[in-house]
Design a protein around this ligand. Structure first.
Ligand code: SF4
Length: 204
């Protein structure tokens, strides 16, 4: 499989914000979001076997592993890697929402993106995924402007799905977190403002 990078950091998003984790970033993405901050992951990377990745993970001495991208579900080896990692670690999968999550092992916590119109990729949302979400999973909307906010607000009103959290994240340097916070408070929306704290403290 092709891996872009493996690095320890602080989880900057979701209900697990602030927890030290090892991040395994897969190379390659089938989307091109307008605000993408990991363009280097489209191509950059190196070939590694599942065993080689596991060896690196064990050396890290971290209990939590985040599988991210790019889009990890593009590479079929990710499923075997997740099965192996689940024996010893807590696993979080960050996926862009365009591919089926049906085969992801049940013990993996999923953070599923629903792409808003501002991303330019909302036509790629694979909405069948809503059926496969578990009570511990989370759904994330990256909001670029008021239109995206209204779209996301309408989405959660008109779709039924299981999720521990619904995350509303202001696109970094595009929408002010204060503005998004004000809209959420005004509407009393049952969502979590998701601030990507790793960017504020300048770790990956
Ligand atoms: S899904 Fe993620 S990695 Fe892919 S283009 Fe969008 S923001 Fe970038």
């Amino acid at each position: 499989m092709k891996i872009c990078e493996i690095f320890p950091s602080i989880q900057g998003e979701s209900s697990m914000v602030g927890i030290p984790m090892l991040f395994i970033r897969f190379t390659g993405c089938n989307l091109r979001c307008s605000y993408c901050d990991t363009k280097y992951a489209y191509e950059k990377g190196y070939e590694a076997s599942v065993e080689e990745v596991l060896e690196g993970v064990r050396k890290s001495n971290l209990k939590y592993i985040a599988i991210t991208g790019g889009e990890p579900l593009l590479q079929k080896e990710v499923y075997w890697l997740m099965e192996c990692l689940l024996k010893d670690f807590n696993l979080l999968l960050e996926t862009n929402g365009s591919l089926s999550i049906e085969r992801v092992p049940q013990r993996v916590k999923i953070v599923l993106d629903i792409k808003t119109p501002g991303s330019g990729m909302s036509h790629k949302n694979f909405l069948e995924n809503l059926r496969f979400l578990k009570a511990k999973d989370e759904v994330k909307f990256v909001i670029t402007d008021r239109d995206d906010y209204e779209w996301a607000k309408n989405f959660i009103k008109t779709h039924t799905f299981k999720a521990k959290e619904i995350l509303f994240s202001p696109a970094f340097y595009v929408l002010s977190p204060k503005k998004l916070a004000e809209w959420i408070i005004q509407d009393k929306l049952p969502v979590r403002l998701n601030l990507q704290i790793h960017k504020y403290i300048s770790v990956k």
